[in-house]
Write a protein that binds this ligand. Structure first.
Ligand SMILES: Nc1ncnc2c1ncn2[C@@H]1O[C@H](COP(=O)(O)OP(=O)(O)O)[C@@H](O)[C@H]1O
Ligand SMILES: [Mg+2]
Length: 218
């Protein structure tokens, strides 16, 4: 399936040097400092800005300050959510925690590890799905690694159900959803069905970490 992620990557490469140097407010140096401070405060960890992640970080900054003009230039729609994909350990969860906590941020969501949702479903059943039908914005962390849900011997693809209702909420009430995942779009389709993947472009800016992005766990 073709998505807008290619466009974002290509354009960001082109714009990257201009942004860093000439657009007021887009200073990688200041952005790095602000994330370092937050990272020390939240995780007692040093945040490092790796070269291969710079463009992605600027794109995310553009989104989190809700810069409609710069967003339009690079193919980023600030009215959609985000689907952040990338290899294990590249820093997806870290960024989705750090970025909303910065003082320049304009985006708010609750981050939920998907494994917890499925565990809750296995214990309590379908009522768990109701929570995500409200108009709050959520970031579902680590899509694709969760097991199939099973409550009282009844199997359920929990995230497929939740994401379909999030799509309805997006269409009817502009409610946003954020996702991190290690899977690519083809793998997501195999897991959650074509109905979900056909709504991806509408609902999300699809942003991928570079293949060369390092595993920060080591
Ligand atoms: N930019 C960074 N600088 C330093 N450590 C990082 C950075 N990004 C992530 N980490 C660390 O690397 C590990 C993996 O990061 P995480 O965000 O969980 O990756 P992912 O969600 O992509 O699998 C964590 O221990 C995190 O603290
Ligand atoms: Mg993660």
């Amino acid at each position: 399936m073709k998505t807008s992620r290619i466009k974002i990557q290509r354009l960001s490469k082109f714009l990257f040097s201009e942004w860093d140097n000439s657009i007021p407010g887009y200073s990688l140096y200041k952005l790095k400092l602000s994330l370092q401070v937050k990272s020390l405060f939240m995780f007692e960890k040093n945040f490092k800005l790796h070269k291969e992640d710079r463009a992605l970080l600027l794109i995310l900054y553009c989104y989190f300050i809700q810069d409609q003009n710069a967003g339009a230039i690079i193919g980023l729609d600030i009215n959609k959510g985000l689907l952040i994909s990338g290899p294990v350990g590249c820093g997806k969860t870290t960024l989705m925690n750090l970025l909303p906590s910065s003082n320049w941020n304009k985006i708010k969501y609750e981050i939920i590890p998907i494994r917890n949702i499925v565990n809750d479903f296995n214990e309590a059943g379908f009522e768990v799905l109701e929570k995500y039908k409200d108009t709050q914005d959520y970031c579902f962390d680590d899509l694709g690694l969760e097991p199939t849900g099973c409550h009282n011997t009844k199997d359920c693809n929990v995230m497929e159900e939740i994401l379909l209702s999030r799509y309805d909420l997006f269409k009817t009430k502009n409610v946003k959803t954020y996702i991190t995942t290690n899977l690519n779009v083809e793998e997501l389709e195999a897991r959650y069905g074509s109905q979900f993947t056909s709504s991806l472009d509408e609902m999300f800016n699809i942003i991928s970490f570079a293949k060369s992005s390092k595993d920060k766990r080591i």
